[in-house]
Every structure is written in C-alpha cells, then in structure tokens.
Design a protein around this ligand. Structure first.
Ligand code: SPD
Length: 309
C-alpha cells in the first residue's frame, strides 16, 4: 500500500449579515460530499501555523474547547474520552502484561493520560512531530495534557517515522499510533513501510493500535489500511474496533489492532475490565463496549473482504 491521500475541504464560516451578538460561527470538517459542523463562539483561543500544519483551539457551544488541525476536528473536551479510552484500554487489558509503550502522535495528551492509568506500565515514550500541538493543549486543554509531567513519560518532539525506523527490534509491548488524518505530516503513518518498522519494534507478543479513520467517511483509507496490516501481521491477526464519536464526521470511527503473536484482543476477562472501569471512573469504555467494539456491521465486513481481493 502506498500512502493514502484524502482531500478535506473545511472552512471557518461566519454569517456576516447578522448582528455580532447573533452571528453564527461554524467550524466545518468536511470532504466534498459531507461535513460535520460545530458552532463556536467566534473566539479562537490558539492559532499557530508551523512548518507542518495549522493548529487552533476554539470554544464550541456543544462540546467545549476543541483542538483542530488543518480544519479537521482532533478532539473536544466533551467526547475526547470515547477516543482516548478506546485507543488505550482494550489493548492494554487484553495483553495483560504491558510494560513498555510507544505512542506516535498523541500531542494533545489524552492517550498517555489513559495509558498511565495502568500502574503496571513502566515506561511510555511519546513522539509528537509538532511542538505547537503540545503547547496549545498545555495552555488550553489541561484535562487532556495533565500527564505530560508524569515521571514514567518520556515526551519527545520529533518525527515518528524516523523514530520507528531507528527503533531497536523487539522493544515495545504496545505501539499506539495516535495520528491525525492522512494528509500533511500524518500521511506517512498510513504507509506499509511505517507498519513494517512498527512490527519490527514490537516484542513477539506485542500489540499495535492505530487510528484508522471512519468506515463511513474515509472508506478507502479504512479498507486499504486493513489490507496493509493483514499483509504485514497476517490476515487472522488484525482486528477492527468501532466506536461512537459525535464530533468526527459521520459519528462512527475506528481503530485497527494488529497482534504480533497469539494474543486475541477480543478475549479479555470481563471482571478485570469491570474492575478497571470502576477504579478509574471511565466515561465510555466498559466490559460490554469491549466486546461490542469488535462487532462489525455487514457493510464494513464486505468493504474489508473486497479490499483483500
Ligand atoms: N478526523 C479525526 C481524526 C482523529 C485523529 N486523532 C485525534 C487525536 C486525538 N488524540
């Protein structure tokens, strides 16, 4: 699989014909055929453009402060837990003995916040390419960035593609790819070379979880990524997790999980998930969600089967 391109066409919109008090400001995250729109106050709390991308934080009415990158919604205060709990806990609980974790991307901090809820984890290395994302979230999204000073976290600003190409073989129990959509600096995070390097850096029983877009919004990216992972890890060692997230286009999003050994992530003790959920007061993930996340609608199964043929 070569890297995949999608063409977002999003914009900030304000209706100039109304009085300032009634003016409607909408942030839209769109492709050429559909969009997700969030109404915001008009105030932009953070706005910086780096060599990689434009990072903004806006204050939305329905979902609180919202991080956007290049006109795409990355996370909102209200529903970020759906994403960050699901990217972290199913894999960690299914593995059962995760000690060394690598996160590529994840500059808002939500993923490392969730990972560090597991006391048995000894070391988390996080490699984010854009220091502005970290700065924006430290300044305006403390509920996400609260773990950046955790003693187990080694937070690095750098290129995740280079980091994984240089990583020692068999060094991580879990690798999480918490990237943005496959345009700009995240494009390489959807390439076969990148995932081959990840597999090399995983321990024999290690797991990989990657942000995999939406089966209802980015069908091609979703299906090609699945086929790519199956070629590298084996067709019976790649799993799709679906979850709901109201502020991403289509409201349904996915992670794909690849197992480098015999671990089947669907098999987890419901008691251990329930105990973890109780101790950590989670907002989204629970034992029923763990099982349900792996259940795929027929249209998704068909899409995945066709992408292999
Ligand atoms: N279109 C949204 C894609 C989301 C990618 N990552 C979000 C970062 C959350 N840590």
């Amino acid at each position: 699989m070569d890297s995949i391109q999608i063409q977002p066409d999003s914009k900030m919109q304000a209706n100039a014909e109304t009085s300032p008090r009634d003016r409607q400001y909408w942030f839209t995250d769109a492709d050429e055929n559909q969009a997700l729109a969030l109404r915001y106050t008009g105030e932009i709390l953070y706005d910086k453009t780096s060599e990689f991308q434009r990072v903004r934080i806006i204050e939305t009415y329905g979902y609180g402060k919202t991080l956007t990158i290049d006109n795409m919604v990355m996370c909102t205060e209200k529903d970020e837990a759906h994403y960050h709990e699901t990217i972290a806990h199913p894999a960690i609980l299914a593995h059962g003995a995760v000690k060394d974790v690598l996160v590529i991307g994840g500059g808002d901090g939500g993923t490392v916040r969730e990972i560090l809820k597991h006391p048995e984890i000894e070391r988390v290395v996080m490699v984010e390419i854009d220091a502005n994302v970290i700065e924006a979230c430290k300044l305006h999204l403390p509920t996400l960035s609260q773990s950046f000073s955790h003693p187990k976290l080694d937070l690095q600003v750098g290129d995740g593609l280079k980091f994984i190409a240089d990583a020692a073989a068999e060094s991580y129990d879990l690798i999480i790819i918490d990237g943005s959509d496959p345009v700009g600096p995240a494009e390489g995070l959807f390439s076969a070379e990148f995932y081959r390097n990840c597999q090399r850096a995983l321990k024999p029983n290690g797991l990989l979880v990657t942000q995999a877009e939406s089966p209802a919004f980015h069908q091609t990216v979703f299906a090609e990524l699945n086929a790519c992972l199956k070629k590298i890890f084996g067709a019976d060692r790649v799993y799709v997790l679906l979850f709901q997230i109201p502020t991403y286009p289509s409201g349904i999003w996915s992670f794909q999980l690849a197992s480098n050994g015999a671990i089947d992530p669907r098999k987890v003790s419901s008691e251990s998930v329930a105990a973890f959920e109780r101790e950590n007061n989670l907002q989204y993930y629970n034992a029923e969600i763990h099982q349900a996340a792996f259940a795929l609608p027929n249209y998704v199964k068909k899409m995945l089967a066709e992408s292999l043929s």
